[in-house]
Design a protein around this ligand. Structure first.
Ligand SMILES: NC(=O)C1=CN([C@@H]2O[C@H](COP(=O)(O)OP(=O)(O)OC[C@H]3O[C@@H](n4cnc5c(N)ncnc54)[C@H](OP(=O)(O)O)[C@@H]3O)[C@@H](O)[C@H]2O)C=CC1
Ligand SMILES: O=C(O)C1=N[C@H](C(=O)O)C[C@H](O)C1
Length: 248
């Protein structure tokens, strides 16, 4: 399968390496507004200018690229893995609309461990909540990260919120000065140093706490997860897939 990688930042470069290491995949071009080093394959600032033939696209870049990526995959009828974070509600709707035309995989985290964490949150939140536990989410990332909360924290919030009537996120306690409501889910972001990504879901009850935490020890988990997702996606019909539905 011939692959275009959109994004040539920290993750884009990792994904190029993961594509090159897979004997069933060929990297044909990379796309980024700026190249701080010269890629070994043809490179472009806009995906719609790519001249090489391609069978799939992987995106680890910025939400500003979504429209041009959608134009490309619609025109070429190829599957796309969208791993960028920070999409708006309108963009997420547009991604679901796109999935009526081509196979689309979208996930704010492509690691196996976070998929399992999300599964646990789906399974346990209702019971904890019914037993008067509060739910709080904390995420920590490197100081380069521009979006907050992290996409993964948004995903974990959405999963937990399914089990809590009237759930709503609270990002800022400093302007509130009120005791927390039962059905709120606090989401806190830390940005420091070179942290690859940490996500903790805290269930806090009377005199007891349970924390479920995922720590990324390398970015390879995201790059390899995206490559695996692409390979699985290439076998799928047109539609929308995430980590919960792709491997079923
Ligand atoms: N789903 C997952 O598992 C994971 C997702 N991510 C997400 O992947 C994305 C990339 O992360 P990372 O590689 O660390 O980030 P980097 O900042 O290192 O790279 C971002 C890439 O996007 C480009 N870009 C930045 N701003 C714009 C813009 N306004 N318009 C067009 N292109 C732009 C950058 O170009 P330039 O160099 O010129 O700025 C670069 O090519 C983020 O959204 C991150 O949250 C990260 C890890 C795992
Ligand atoms: O920007 C990052 O680095 C990461 N972003 C993703 C997110 O926003 O959840 C996934 C991972 O935690 C790394």
């Amino acid at each position: 399968m011939r692959v275009i990688v959109v994004g040539y930042g920290v993750m884009g470069k990792k994904v190029c390496k993961a594509v090159n290491e897979d004997e069933t995949l060929t990297l044909v071009a990379v796309v980024s507004p700026v190249f701080d080093e010269t890629p070994e394959v043809p490179y472009y600032t806009n995906i719609n200018e790519v001249k090489e033939e391609a069978d799939a696209v992987i995106d680890f870049s910025h939400p500003a690229n979504l429209e041009s990526i959608m134009t490309y995959v619609r025109a070429h009828k190829v599957p796309v893995v969208l791993a960028t974070t920070g999409f708006s509600e309108e963009q997420l709707q547009a991604i679901h609309d796109l999935a009526q035309e081509v196979p689309v995989f979208q996930s704010y985290n492509t690691s196996y461990g976070v998929a399992m964490l999300n599964k646990m949150v789906k399974e346990f939140t209702q019971d904890f909540y019914n037993h008067n536990f509060d739910v709080e989410i904390t995420e920590a990332h490197h100081h380069r990260k521009i979006d907050a909360p992290s996409g993964t924290a948004v995903m974990l919030y959405n999963t937990a919120a399914q089990s809590i009537d009237g759930a709503h996120p609270v990002y800022d306690r400093q302007s509130k000065h009120e005791a927390r409501e039962r059905n709120e889910i606090g989401i806190q972001s830390i940005r420091a140093g070179t942290i690859y990504g940490e996500h903790t879901v805290l269930y806090g009850g009377d005199d007891e706490l349970i924390e479920i935490k995922h720590t990324a020890l390398s970015r390879d988990i995201f790059a390899k997860g995206a490559v695996s997702a692409l390979k699985a996606l290439s076998q799928k019909e047109v539609g929308f897939y995430n980590l919960e539905t792709l491997y079923n």
